[in-house]
Ligand binder design. Structure first.
Ligand SMILES: *[C@@H]1O[C@H](CO)[C@@H](O)[C@H](O)[C@H]1NC(C)=O
Ligand SMILES: *[C@@H]1O[C@H](CO)[C@@H](O)[C@H](O)[C@H]1NC(C)=O
Ligand SMILES: [Zn+2]
Length: 514
């Protein structure tokens, strides 16, 4: 008891002293300062940061309670837990004075044919002031599956801190960041400061399954919930390197199946080999015509719309602290297709790519079966970048495959099908959100954020931007090695707590620009 009492007193004294120093500093330097807003930020934000530091163990305890709920949306038998998780979230928001609607997003038909009610989506808001900008925060509280036997070192549903890292399913994707937003709001309330922006929250429990019902809900509420929203912010990805980052683009993706259907049954290669147009040989020729060993997409016209790299854009890559050698070790390769860090990152983020994933129907067991498979289906996908039109890409790919196939004079039947996944997304870096995000990062971490894109596809940003017409930013707080979706997912104490400060600072910086 006395120890805690003493240490609290020390913290109290320390915080008071820090305030005094800040205030003195302000009084002394205001006239000479070249950057009044950053000094204003320091005075304004210091008590919030102090509150966040003082309450970090409490914030971690809450994360522990959230991680303990196995809200695995991929398993319909766990949807009850997803709903419980959403209720816990809603309760917390209501206790903080927010109003919550649990929006019904209808039903979903399982592969078994059974129809199930989807968990609701939380639409929440805190008191609204028409003079302030309105920020809408998106997050999700469902998780990927996790089992001890998959190779977790600690129980995935018991948040466990080891050497500054807190391991547990959902710690970084996305329960930690959702709580960090709520704690950032709490830091204003508890220190009796007015939250400088109006806040809305949209929190779902089906993200890991593809956000069932969210797009329809966004459309339905465009003229109500979203009408007065100015900015939408998403913290559901991680930094690309050791440095804090702002994410301004994601690649889209389309998935293709190429079926080559031949003889009416599998054949013996000793008996028929040499006389048959083998479906597998046709398919290999088709797949081999799509992309070369340098990663260049060979389908005519598909990459015509990719924007030309400007000098300014190139410069954003120079600043990224990315260690090519370390990345080679991480993936276990001696070299990448490109030689420099900038070119490797651009290949992953700003250029399209085509990957061949598999062949269904091919012999793939150990041993030496001498079969000629009667029907095989190749699978590949194209990661797309802005200005590429997925429908036109699909048409061009189909034309290309049809044309190559016709040169084979094969009696086999070709069928190409495509599933357009998500469209690519890119934000405008001059948007006030990005300016505010940069200032908030500088304020909390003392460095400029890296401006990064995601090579993978996150439909949510594009969907929000396209459906609502609002500015969207991704503001990650997780570390590059957090292992979302993997075994031993974690978030560090440092990222979680500094991330909370970042969000608190972000509200403030955004309000200055509005
Ligand atoms: C390229 O952009 C034009 C103009 O928007 C569009 O009509 C065309 O379909 C696009 N092509 C591809 C392959 O993306
Ligand atoms: C949604 O509403 C905004 C105005 O808030 C409007 O600009 C936008 O076009 C609407 N979206 C659609 C798809 O109609
Ligand atoms: Zn996520």
């Amino acid at each position: 008891m006395s120890f805690f009492y003493l240490s609290n007193r020390i913290i109290f004294c320390f915080s008071t002293m820090t305030k005094l120093i800040v205030v003195t500093f302000l009084l002394f330097h205001t006239s000479t300062s070249s950057s009044p807003s950053s000094l204003g930020s320091a005075a304004m934000l210091e008590p919030l940061f102090q509150y966040i530091d003082d309450h970090q163990n409490q914030f971690i305890q809450r994360l522990k309670e959230w991680v303990a709920v196995n809200s695995d949306s991929g398993d319909p038998t766990k949807w009850g837990e997803v709903e419980r998780m959403l209720k816990m979230t809603a309760d917390m928001i209501e206790k903080m004075g927010g109003t919550v609607e649990l929006a019904d997003v209808g039903t979903h038909q399982l592969p078994s044919g059974e129809t199930m009610q989807l968990p609701p989506v939380i639409l929440a808001e805190f008191a609204r002031d028409p003079k302030k900008a309105t920020l809408c925060i998106y997050g999700h509280v469902d998780v990927q599956p996790a089992k001890m036997e998959d190779g977790w070192v600690t129980d995935p549903f018991i948040l466990t801190e080891i050497k500054g890292n807190m391991f547990g399913r959902g710690a970084t994707d996305n329960k930690g960041p959702v709580l960090a937003w709520l704690h950032a709001i709490e830091s204003y309330q508890a220190t009796q400061k007015e939250i400088p922006v109006n806040i809305k929250l949209i929190i779902e429990g089906m993200e890991e399954m593809g956000s069932f019902g969210l797009l329809e809900l966004t459309r339905k509420r465009n003229d109500s919930f979203f009408a007065d929203v100015n900015f939408i912010v998403i913290s559901d990805n991680v930094w690309a390197t050791l440095n804090p980052a702002l994410t301004y683009g994601t690649r889209g993706s389309s998935y293709f199946s190429v079926e080559v259907d031949g003889p009416k049954l599998d054949l013996h290669s000793g008996v028929y080999g040499g006389s048959i147009h083998e479906p597998m040989t046709d398919l290999i020729t088709l797949l081999g015509s799509l992309v070369n060993h340098k990663g260049k997409i060979l389908v005519t016209g598909v990459t015509d719309n990719v924007t030309v790299l400007t000098e300014d854009e190139r410069k954003t890559y120079d600043k990224i602290n990315f260690d090519l050698e370390e990345m080679k070790n991480v993936v276990g390769v001696k070299k990448f297709i490109q030689d420099t860090k900038e070119d490797v990152l651009m290949a992953r983020w700003r250029y399209p790519s085509l990957s061949i994933h598999g062949i269904q129907g091919a012999f793939s067991d150990p041993g030496t079966k001498t079969v000629i498979p009667r029907k095989v289906t190749g699978k590949f996908s194209i990661r797309q970048v802005p200005n590429m039109d997925p429908t036109d890409v699909e048409r061009k790919v189909k034309e290309h495959l049809g044309q190559v196939f016709s040169t084979l004079n094969s009696p086999n039947r070709l069928k190409v099908t495509a599933t357009v996944g998500a469209k690519p997304w890119m934000a405008n870096l001059g948007d006030p959100q990005y300016v505010a995000g940069k200032r908030a990062v500088k304020n909390v971490f003392g460095v400029e954020p890296e401006l990064i894109r995601e090579g993978s596809t996150i439909p949510i940003a594009q969907n929000f931007q396209e459906e609502t017409g609002k500015s969207v930013m991704m503001l990650p707080i997780g570390g590059h090695d957090d292992g979302e979706h993997s075994q031993n997912e974690k978030i560090s104490r440092n990222n979680y707590i500094k991330g909370t400060k970042l969000f608190a600072a972000y509200f403030y910086e955004l309000s200055l620009l509005h």
